[in-house]
Design a binder for this molecule. Sequence first.
Ligand SMILES: NC(=O)c1ccc[n+]([C@@H]2O[C@H](COP(=O)([O-])OP(=O)(O)OC[C@H]3O[C@@H](n4cnc5c(N)ncnc54)[C@H](O)[C@@H]3O)[C@@H](O)[C@H]2O)c1
Ligand SMILES: [Zn+2]
Ligand SMILES: [Zn+2]
Length: 361
Amino acid sequence: MSQQVRAVVARSKGAPVSLETIVVPDPGPGEALVRIEACGVCHTDLHYRDGGISDDFPFLLGHEAAGVVEAVGDGVTDVAPGDFVVLNWRAVCGQCRACRRGRPWYCFNTHNARQKMTLADGTELSPALGIGAFAEKTLVAAGQCTKVDPAVSPAVAGLLGCGVMAGIGAALNTGGVGRGDSVAVIGCGGVGAAAVLGSNLAGAARVIAVDIDDRKLETARGLGATHTVNSKETDAVAAVRELTGGFGADVVIEAVGRPETYRQAFYARDLAGTVVLVGVPTPEMKLELPLLDVFGRGGALKSSWYGDCLPSRDFPMLIDLHLQGRLDLDAFVTETIALDEVEKAFERMHHGDVLRSVVLL
Ligand SMILES: NC(=O)c1ccc[n+]([C@@H]2O[C@H](COP(=O)([O-])OP(=O)(O)OC[C@H]3O[C@@H](n4cnc5c(N)ncnc54)[C@H](O)[C@@H]3O)[C@@H](O)[C@H]2O)c1
Ligand SMILES: [Zn+2]
Ligand SMILES: [Zn+2]
């Protein structure tokens, strides 16, 4: 058995996405069918559309989603039909070498649905990050469903499924930002703005937001940035150093994913500080740094996949903080749109007009 639903598909490299009818199988063992209520538009979806992630077209885009479980397959015990869930792309296996060492947030063998969703003609789809949620319904591994308090709005909840979690986690988990630290965040789109919020939550004394767009800097200020730097007008490294007693920040979070911004992050960091790369580069990008500086400046150069989050631990906790009024996640939803407006949302993202456009279904 299967169902036909509407969904947003990227058929070929760089071409505009299209609204298509896709075929979604009934859940098999360990799988869950989820009726999507909201799905945010992340820069990673645009990377997929442009062939920057892989060549496995056609892609079923969308991966920052929340919805309601409609049906589950055999052996699924953690979620049941009717549960309100955030979808995650880290369904930990419990068996790989990372899981066995007690570090499930690095799980090297995460689960996705085994059965394939297809186009009406049977062509197999590649769901973005194993999710594919610009769709009325999607099929995932049950472990990709994290049950959360249904009192939260679906638009806000869905954002925790990727960008907002990646940003908050880059600060809290990967960067280990703590009380009194100085932090600089380079690139304050959805992910970087969330890193600002996360740094604020952790009690950072100074949170310096860097972007080339004043609108993003203004939003970052609203989320707790103590200082802002427009790096189109001002040298980012010099500005961060000046704002940190001439030394640089304890933690610098790079949320753009380009060699030039990584280099800024590297030099805007204090001796023995930490750089966290959460922005996703494209395959042709190369980084050149004096090896002596890599050695001599000490500290840690880390990358952050999904904010090193553990969905079952982090999603419910962050949603609780939000519902208590202690974590402003509403600020991330710039606009809500319909399923056929994703291409327009890419355009607006490209022009920097939004933090997040969220598709409501
Ligand atoms: N590591 C992860 O798990 C993860 C998860 C989600 C997204 N991402 C990646 O994070 C990055 C940001 O995603 P997003 O959704 O926030 O994108 P976005 O388009 O909303 O934000 C990008 C921001 O970077 C700014 N920017 C661009 N060039 C800049 C420069 N030279 N200097 C300073 N700022 C600059 C833009 O003005 C914009 O505010 C993307 O590469 C995305 O693929 C990573
Ligand atoms: Zn594992
Ligand atoms: Zn994403």
